[in-house]
Design a protein around this ligand. Structure first.
Ligand SMILES: Nc1nc2c(ncn2[C@@H]2O[C@H](COP(=O)(O)OP(=O)(O)O)[C@@H](O)[C@H]2O)c(=O)[nH]1
Ligand SMILES: Nc1ncnc2c1ncn2[C@@H]1O[C@H](COP(=O)(O)OP(=O)(O)O)[C@@H](O)[C@H]1O
Length: 191
């Protein structure tokens, strides 16, 4: 009898906007030569940033279509974040987990709560910025958002951080190399 193949793990990554979660995740994916990790591509109604590609960074959509996708039960979870909708597709996640591929979800604390309801075994990691001042500096340096968008994201940072204790692990993203090593070690521990 063939041995039942091992299922993939579900990793939830959250952090205040600008902390560096996308940077850490992209670094993981570029070092993942064997394709062990898959980053779930969410749907969003927020505007495309320069350099972002539809279907790669997000599936960019309008509100009407997003509401249709909710109706047709397409999402494992969805939430309103910074005045836009964001949602995680259900089908592809289940498929990949069955294939033994680990899934990375870059979602906010509301999404994390909802995913835990369906996947209590999910492993959740909260990434912390060194300080609020440094967080603002990173958002400014990134040069992807206008000043009022940055202000809105900063206003939400404290409330996002108030959920850090709901996560299995917390990683401080002070020095990128150090934080990355800790991030990889943590993921590998579960493999
Ligand atoms: N609940 C939920 N949150 C999401 C999803 N996709 C992205 N987010 C979160 O939405 C927030 C804003 O994401 P984004 O606009 O890309 O900004 P960034 O975090 O500054 O790069 C972040 O906290 C993401 O983790 C999703 O599918 N569901
Ligand atoms: N450890 C770090 N030190 C300094 N800058 C960082 C660090 N990690 C990420 N950054 C930079 O901070 C900005 C925000 O990072 P990003 O990954 O887009 O954040 P998030 O996905 O959490 O919103 C980017 O310009 C990125 O290059």
């Amino acid at each position: 009898m063939p041995k039942p193949s091992k299922k993939g793990h579900l990793f939830i990554i959250s952090a205040p906007s600008g902390t560096g979660k996308s940077t850490l995740i992209q670094k993981l994916l570029s070092s993942d030569k064997s394709g062990k990790y898959y980053l779930s591509v969410s749907h969003t109604t927020r505007p495309v940033r320069p350099g972002e590609v539809d279907g790669v960074h997000y599936f960019f959509t309008d509100v009407d279509n997003f509401l249709r996708l909710i109706e047709s039960n397409e999402f494992l979870e969805y939430a309103e974040v910074f005045g836009n909708y964001y949602g995680t597709s259900k089908r592809i996640i289940k498929e990949k987990l069955e294939q033994g591929i680990n899934i990375i979800l870059d979602i906010d604390w509301q999404g994390a709560r909802n995913v835990r309801k369906e996947f209590p075994e999910a492993i959740s990691i909260f990434i912390l910025p060194p300080s609020i001042e440094e967080l603002k500096q990173r958002l400014l340096n990134r040069q992807t958002d206008s000043l009022d968008v940055i202000e809105r994201r900063m206003a939400k940072a404290e409330s996002e951080m108030s959920h850090r204790d709901e996560y299995n692990y917390q990683i401080l993203n002070d020095n990128l190399e150090r934080a990355f090593d800790e991030f990889v070690a943590l993921l590998e521990k579960h493999n």
